[in-house]
Design a protein around this ligand. Structure first.
Ligand code: LLP
Length: 404
C-alpha cells in the first residue's frame, strides 16, 4: 500500500487545479486508523475521529468507510456527520459552553452526548431524567499538550466540569436521576508523553466508582504526530499496552468492565495533508531572503497562531544547494510560515509544499483580505479527486445583503 504521495502527483494536481491547493491522501488516513486499531487490539476501545480537524464531507465519508466513528464539537458538525451517513450510535457530540438547545437537538438525533457544565447537566437531568444516557466532561486539572493555547485540562481551563465540583454533580444525579454512562476528559493536543494519558486514566479510575451505571471512559484526543524532522509522536503502541493493562487491573479489582473511547483528530489526518503553494515573489534584504508565497494566514494559521512548525519542501528544485529563507504570506499582516529556514534554492514560480497540513489547516481558513479559500483534493488509490473547488468572487458575496 502506497502511503506516500509523490511530488510528481502534487505537481500534477497543482497544474490541474492551480495553487494554493490542499491535497489529502486517503490511504494515509487509513494507515493511521489501522495503526491505532492494532496498537489497542488488547483493550476494548472505540475511536471517534475528531471532525473539527477536517470536515470536508468526502473526508468524513472516507473516514466512515474505514469503520471509524466520529466526534463532533458543534451541532453543525453533528448534522454534517449525519449527512455523511454516520448512524447516531457512531456519533459523539462533545460539547463546550454551548446553548442547551444544541444538546436538545443532539438528544433528538439520538447521538452520544458529553456535557461539560453543571448548568447544562442540570437542564439535561431536569428534562430527560434517567431516560437518556449521557457523558460528563471533567476537568482533571492536568497540564498537558504542545502549548498553552491547546492545553485544555489544566486548573484554569474553561473546559469541563472541575473535578472539585464532583459533589455537585453527584447531588444532581441524585436529584434528577441522570444516567451517567460516560466520564470524559480531553487534556490537550499534541501530548507526546504516555505518562500524561496514564495520569488521566488514574484520575478517572479514582472516581468511576461514584457512578454505578458507568460503561465508558472517554480519554479524548491529543495524540501527537511528528511535525519536525526527527521528531517523535506519541508512542501509540506503548499507550495501547498501558490502556489494556490499566483497565484489566481495574476489572480484576472491581469486577467492572469499562469500554475506552478516544477522539483522535491530528493523529488521523495531519500527516495525510499537503498544502501546495507557489512562490510569487523573492525579496532580498540585509537580514533575510524572503520567499513570498501565494497564500497566508488566511489559509493556514497554525505557524502564526500557535508558533507551530510545519516542514516545507521545495518540490520544484529539490536537489539545489541550500540557502536560508523566511517563507512569508501575501496577507497584510506578518504571516511568517518559516523563519530562517534552510531550503534548496527557491525560484519564483517554484512549488513549496507545507506538510502536516491535514489537521486544523483548511478547517481554520478564512476569507481575510477578501481572498478565496483554496481548493481541496482527495487522492484515493492514486487518483486525485477535487472535493472542493476554489472559491470565486460570487462566494465572497454569498449571504451578504447589498443595502445600497
Ligand atoms: N476531543 C476534544 C474534546 C477536543 O477538544 C479535541 C481538540 C480533540 C478531541 C482532538 O484533539 P487532537 O487529537 O486533534 O489533538 N487548532 C489546534 C488544535 C485544537 C484542538 C482542539 N480540540 C491546532 O491546530 O493545533
Amino acid at each position: 500500500m502506497a502511503t506516500v504521495l509523490s511530488d510528481e502527483l502534487l505537481q500534477q494536481i497543482a497544474t490541474t487545479w492551480g495553487t494554493p491547493v490542499y491535497v489529502y491522501h486517503a490511504e494515509k488516513i487509513k494507515e493511521q486508523y489501522e495503526r491505532l486499531l492494532k496498537a489497542f487490539a488488547k483493550a476494548d476501545v472505540r475511536f471517534f475521529y475528531a471532525a473539527k480537524a477536517l470536515t470536508n464531507i468526502s473526508v468524513l465519508k472516507y473516514v466512515k468507510s474505514i469503520g471509524c466513528n466520529i466526534d463532533c464539537s458543534s451541532i453543525n458538525e453533528v448534522q454534517l456527520a449525519v449527512k455523511a451517513g454516520y448512524t447516531p450510535e457512531n456519533i459523539l457530540y462533545t460539547s463546550n459552553n454551548i446553548h442547551f438547545s444544541e444538546i436538545e437537538t443532539a438528544h433528538d438525533l439520538g447521538v452520544h452526548i458529553n456535557i461539560d457544565s453543571i448548568s447544562n447537566l442540570r437542564k439535561f437531568g431536569q428534562k430527560y431524567g434517567h431516560s437518556y444516557p449521557v457523558g460528563i466532561r471533567l476537568r482533571p486539572n492536568i497540564m498537558a499538550g504542545g502549548n498553552l493555547k491547546i492545553s485544555t485540562g489544566h486548573s484554569s481551563s474553561k473546559f469541563g466540569i472541575p473535578l472539585e465540583q464532583l459533589d455537585e454533580v453527584l447531588a444532581l444525579v441524585k436529584e434528577t436521576g441522570l444516567f451517567i454512562r460516560t466520564l470524559h476528559i480531553h487534556t490537550g493536543s499534541e501530548i507526546k508523553d504516555v505518562e500524561v494519558f496514564a495520569r488521566g486514566i488514574e484520575v478517572l479510575l479514582e472516581v468511576v466508582q461514584l457512578f454505578p451505571e458507568l460503561e465508558v471512559v472517554d480519554l479524548g484526543g491529543g495524540f501527537k504526530v511528528p511535525y519536525k524532522p526527527n521528531e517523535h509522536g506519541t508512542d501509540i503502541e506503548q499507550l495501547g499496552q498501558k490502556v489494556a493493562e490499566e483497565f484489566e487491573i481495574f476489572k480484576k479489582r472491581t469486577g467492572k468492565h469499562l469500554q475506552v473511547w478516544f477522539e483522535p483528530g491530528k493523529y488521523m489526518v495531519s500527516e495525510a495533508g499537503h498544502f501546495v503553494t507557489s512562490v510569487n515573489v523573492l525579496k532580498e534584504s540585509a537580514e533575510h531572503n524572503f520567499a513570498g508565497i501565494d497564500t497566508g494566514l488566511n489559509h493556514l494559521i497554525r505557524p502564526m497562531f500557535y508558533g507551530s512548525y510545519h516542514k516545507i519542501d521545495n518540490i520544484s528544485n529539490p536537489s539545489a544547494s541550500h540557502k536560508h529563507y523566511n517563507i512569508v504570506g501575501y496577507i497584510c499582516e506578518t504571516d511568517t510560515f518559516a523563519e530562517n529556514r534552510s531550503m534548496p534554492e527557491i525560484r519564483e514560480g517554484d512549488l513549496l509544499v507545507v506538510r502536516n497540513a491535514g489537521a486544523y489547516c483548511y478547517e481554520m481558513a478564512s476569507n481575510y483580505n477578501s481572498r478565496f479559500r483554496p481548493a481541496e483534493v482527495l487522492v484515493v488509490n492514486g487518483q486525485p479527486h477535487l472535493i472542493r473547488r476554489r472559491e470565486n468572487l460570487d462566494d465572497l458575496l454569498v449571504g451578504q445583503v447589498d443595502l445600497f
